[in-house]
Design a protein around this ligand. Structure first.
Ligand code: SAM
Length: 219
């Protein structure tokens, strides 16, 4: 419970943007690349008919929602099979991002859309499979090189939310051992997230975003 409270703000920001883009860009059969626990299954169900999750065998996550075992480089699917794709918080874990984007392009139908969320300022996670961080310019370059038309690249936060969230993650390092029974750090974490949210509304300095959401179309 306390663990979920630690990133409630960024999860809400991410999911709100994903919902907005899902409504506008996703349809019919969807491939979820690097799906993990497939956390967006229910949220996206009004927009798609089928939600197929692909992940690799060595994933750290619970595999019960994985429909296809494969990699982002080799999706077990025919060319042009899917109408839509999502790939959330995965591109930074792929050593060959361009190859993975080409593979997504291959399995999409012409006119199909893909939504990616990709971190720009974030700490190391899922080590050692954590390879890159991306600027909006790097993303545009990579998606276009892989054959996509880029429709949107949206920064999800400014400095305050990014800084506040990293601060909260840092203080949670002390929320262990006997200290984990004291709700001081979760309470402080919630206050910091609230203040960060308000400050970001007043002053959203996008060069400090923690994450971008990209919408790209296969022409
Ligand atoms: C941070 S998790 C994100 C999971 C999920 N997309 C989400 O938003 O909760 C990164 C995911 O990428 C997957 N992944 C890492 N390398 C991969 C690869 N080469 N091919 C497919 N999936 C990969 C991991 O197994 C993990 O499920």
């Amino acid at each position: 419970m306390a663990k979920d409270l630690k990133n409630i703000l960024i999860n809400r920001i991410h999911d709100k943007q994903l919902l907005d883009y899902a409504e506008r860009y996703l349809s019919e059969n969807l491939i979820d690349i690097g799906c993990g626990t497939k956390p967006y299954k229910d949220m996206l169900s009004p927009f798609v008919e089928e939600h197929v999750g692909v992940d690799h065998e060595e994933t750290f996550h619970d595999k019960s929602n994985v429909d296809l075992f494969g990699t982002a480089y080799e999706i077990p699917s025919d060319d042009g099979h899917f109408d839509s794709a999502i790939c959330t918080a995965v591109l930074e874990h792929l050593e060959e991002p361009e190859q993975a984007l080409r593979e997504c392009h291959r399995v999409l139908k012409p006119g199909g859309n893909a939504i990616y969320s990709v971190p720009f300022i974030w700490h190391l996670h899922e080590e050692p499979r954590d390879f890159y961080r991306y600027t909006k310019y790097g993303l545009k370059y990579l998606f276009e090189k892989a054959g996509f038309e880029v429709l949107q690249i949206t920064p999800l936060s400014g400095f305050w939310v990014t800084f506040g969230q990293l601060f909260v993650y840092n203080i949670y390092r002390f929320h262990q051992g006997p200290l984990r029974y004291i709700p001081l750090i979760p309470a402080l974490g919630l206050v910091i997230q609230g203040i960060s949210y308000l400050l970001d509304r007043i002053d959203k300095s996008e060069p400090w975003t923690w994450m971008y959401m990209v919408v790209a179309r296969k022409p």
